[in-house]
Design a protein around this ligand. Structure first.
Ligand code: GRG
Length: 304
């Protein structure tokens, strides 16, 4: 029998998350690429296989373990969240949104396969995420009601109350200067909601009680905003090579950012403050987690 030793540093957890999410996503890419066939099948496999940092997957794993979960089948839940994230990147890069050429160090899906195929594939990935989640819930032997709560948590976060709503506000705000509360609303929706949901569904998969789910969700809310603040900082301090996507895009698109409102040092301070608050939620709920503490620190100070 192999003894499973949970990863405790951010680097180790991210490496583990990459290994298990990438493996599952590659298997789904092979299966669905064949099922769908043609350029759409090829483009879908491309979008599912592009290598990401897998921060959301790592949060799912760490949240699950923080509430006592031990099954390796949690990797399927991580893959489901990463599928929603991957769809959002395909659509975010389209000419009608952020119009970008480079993602994860490769040409964006529409640059490689054309706008109509990339648009179709992005839409296809949403029901695929539901299939991946349902398959993971079966492997984890979760009751149907738990799967229902997880699906609601994940897809509400991806919808108008979260990612779509935030992106919509973000597009509308191009060329205007937002106030800090307005910017927080955009960031919490566009980026924060899915990161928060990663923690929520990880806790639910671990069959946490309502207080546990609430604490992990509160942690996710803080690190979700911190993640986008760090993104604002990196957009103007890192290179395209370091980021694997085009640097300086916020300024080109005249977007309001934390850096614009607080400066680089002020934005970094705010990200660290939120990361510390995230960890406090866990302590207050009696759910301290070395792994989630490490991930919060990584998210606030990340270099790519
Ligand atoms: C129809 C209005 C409308 C919206 C559709 C496209 C979309 C929904 C939402 C966009 C959400 C989005 C892409 C937000 C940006 C989040 C972000 C900072 C992504 C980068 O995440 P990383 O750094 O990327 O984790 P990797 O590549 O490492 O996974």
């Amino acid at each position: 029998m192999t003894l499973h030793v949970p990863a405790l540093t951010a680097d180790a957890l991210l490496a583990e998350a990459r290994e298990c999410a990438d493996g599952l996503l590659a298997a789904w890419a092979d299966r669905l690429g064949d099922e769908i066939g043609g350029p759409q099948g090829e483009a879908l496999a491309y979008a599912l296989r592009t290598p990401g940092k897998r921060v959301r997957a790592a949060l799912v794993l760490a949240a699950y373990r923080a509430v006592g979960g031990t099954s390796p089948a949690i990797a399927g839940v991580a893959a489901a969240v990463e599928t929603v994230h991957a769809y959002s990147l395909v659509h975010d890069d389209l000419p009608c949104m952020d119009d970008d050429d480079l993602r994860r160090g490769r040409p964006t899906t529409h640059r490689r396969f054309g706008v109509p195929t990339a648009t179709t594939v992005g839409f296809l990935m949403v029901p695929i995420a539901a299939r991946v989640l349902a398959s993971a819930a079966r492997a984890l032997e979760l009751p149907p009601a738990t799967l229902g709560r997880m699906a609601a948590g994940l897809f509400q976060a991806g919808g108008v109350e979260g990612m779509v709503g935030g992106q919509w506000l973000d597009l509308e705000a191009e060329g205007r200067t937002l106030t800090l509360p307005q910017l927080i609303e955009v960031h919490r929706g566009k980026t924060g909601a899915l990161i928060r949901a990663s923690c929520t569904v990880g806790a639910m998969a671990g069959e946490a009680d309502p207080a546990g789910v609430k604490a992990l969700t509160a942690y996710g809310e803080e690190v979700g905003l911190a993640f986008q603040i760090a993104d604002d900082v990196l957009d103007c301090t890192a290179t395209s090579e370091e980021l694997g996507k085009t640097a300086g895009r916020d300024a080109q698109l005249a977007k309001s950012t934390y850096v614009g409102l607080l400066g680089v040092a002020g934005a970094r301070r705010e990200a660290r403050r939120l990361a510390a608050r995230a960890v406090e939620h866990l302590g207050q709920a009696g759910l301290p987690s070395t792994a989630l503490g490490a991930l919060a620190g990584y998210i606030a100070d990340r270099q790519s």
